[in-house]
Ligand binder design. Sequence first.
Ligand code: NOJ
Ligand code: CA
Length: 528
Amino acid sequence: MTWWQDGVIYQIYPRSFHDTNGDGVGDLAGITERLDHLAWLGIDAIWITPIMPSPDSDWGYDVAFYTGVQPVLGDLEGFDRLVAGADARGIKVVLDLVPNHTSSKHRWFREARASKSSPRRDYYVWADPKPDGSPPNNWRSSFGGPAWTMDPVSRQYYLHNFLPTQPDLNWWSEEVREEFDQILRFWFDRGVAGFRIDVAHAIVKDKELRDNPPAEPGDHPYVAAFGQRKVYNAERPEAHDVFRRWRAIAEEYDPPRLLLGETYVLDVERLRPFFGAGDELQLAFNFVFLHSPFTAEGLRSIVDATERALDGPDTWPVWAISTHDLPRYVDRWAAGSADRARCALLMLLTLRGTPVLYYGDELGMADVPVPPEQRRDPVGTGAFDAGPGRDPCRTPMPWSAGPGGGFTTPEARPWLPLSTQPGVTVEEQRDDPGSMLVLSRDLIALRRAEPDLSSGGYEPLAAPDGLWAFRRGERFVVALNLSDTAGAVDLPSGGRIRIATRRARDGEAVQGPLALGPGEAAVVELTR
Ligand code: NOJ
Ligand code: CA
C-alpha cells in the first residue's frame, strides 16, 4: 500500500487557511505555520487548491502562468519552505493542476487571439459561427450559458466550459501536451507529491465538435438540470492518451507521483476507465457519493456500486464529504445536526479507500452565510447564478474565538467573513475529548493503527431500514443509524466498541445486537 491508499488527504483552500501578514488572505506561509496542527491531526498529505498566478476570476482556477506562485499567496521560495516543513513532518504536498483551460490573460491566449495565423492559435479551440452567426454547436458552459464566446478580432468563437475568461485548451495539440509535460516536471522536481487534476473528465473534446444529445428521462438529476448529456465534450476516449502520458511522467519519480482526478461523472461505473490498466490516474473522485442523500439506503447503494465498479487491482476508491464547490457536509447532509455530522465523519474515515477531508470538516464547520455585497465567487455574483455561490464553504478556517479568529489579525478584514458558529474552533475543541476534532483525530489514528481499516475489504452486512453496517477486513464492523429512531444491527460475533460517535460508549462490550440511537454510529472490533 502506498501513502495515497492508506493515508488521509486534507484539502486546503489556501486563501482561507491562515493569513500571516495581516492582509486578510491566507497564504503559503500560513500553511507552513499550521503544519504542526496538521501533523497532530495525523493526516498524510495536503492538497492545496490552485496557487499559481491568476487574475482570480475563478479564484486560481484561471491560471495565467503555470510555474510560479500567486503573489498574494507567497513565492516559490515560500513554497519550497512549505514542502520542506511538510516533509519534515511526513506530510506530502499535492497541488491542483488546471489543464482544461487557462486564464484569458495567459500569454498563450493573448497570442492565440491576436490573429488566426498566430503560432499559438491551435493551443485553444476555435470555430466559425454557424451561417446565422450563432455558436458552432449546442455545448453549454458548466457555469451556465453557451460554452462559446465570439472573439471580435477574428470573428471566430472560442470554447470555454466555464467562464469566458477561462478559454479551453486544445488537447489535440501536441504542443499543448508538451507544455504540460514540462509543467508536471517543474513541480514534481520541486518535491510536489502529485496533482489533483481539475476537470480531468473533460480535457479532450470531440474533434468534430458535434452537438450533445439532450438529457433523457432517468438521467441523474444534475444531468437533467443541465439539459444535455456531455457526450462530446467529456469522457472522450482520447483523454486516455493524455492520462497515460502523465502517468509515465509520474512514474519517472521515486516515489511515483499521484494523479488524483476531478472525475465528474454521475454514474460510478464510469469511474473505472480513468484508472486504465493501472497506467492512468491512480485515484478518481466520486461525485455520485458527494451528491448522495444522507440516508443509509442512498449511501449504501452508492458505496456498494462503487465497490463493485472499483474491485480490480488497478483501482482504488477515494471519498470526500465536502469540497470547495458544494455546501459543506454539515449543511448538505447533517442539516446542522451535530450527531449526524459525527456519523458522516466516522463513515468517511472508515470506508475502504482514501478519505479526503476538506479543511474545517474535522471541526464540524458549517457554511458561513455571505451577504450579497461580500460575495467573491463568480458563480454567486449574479452573472451566472443568483444563488449564494460557493463562498459559504470557502470561508476562513476558525482557529480560535475572538476577532480575527486566529486566521488573521484582529484589525484585518478577512477576504470572506469569519464563522461565528459557537464552539467550532480548533482552540476550543483540541483539548475536549468529546469534540469533533478529537473524534477526527482518534478515527485517523485508529485507521492508521488497524490495517483492517485501511486495507481490509468492504462487505455490507444486513441491517434494518435506516441503518447501514459494513465489515472492514476480518476484525471490524462499522455501523451507522441514520434514521430518527433507535435501531440495532446484528454483528457476526461479539465485540467491543473502539470508537463511537457518542464517546461515552468507547470501550463498551457488545454481546448480541449492537444498539444504536438515532444519529449514532460506532466502529466495533470483533472478538477473535
Ligand atoms: C472545478 C473546480 O473544483 C471549480 O472550483 C472550478 O470552478 C472549475 N473546476 C473550473 O476550473
Ligand atoms: Ca496573507
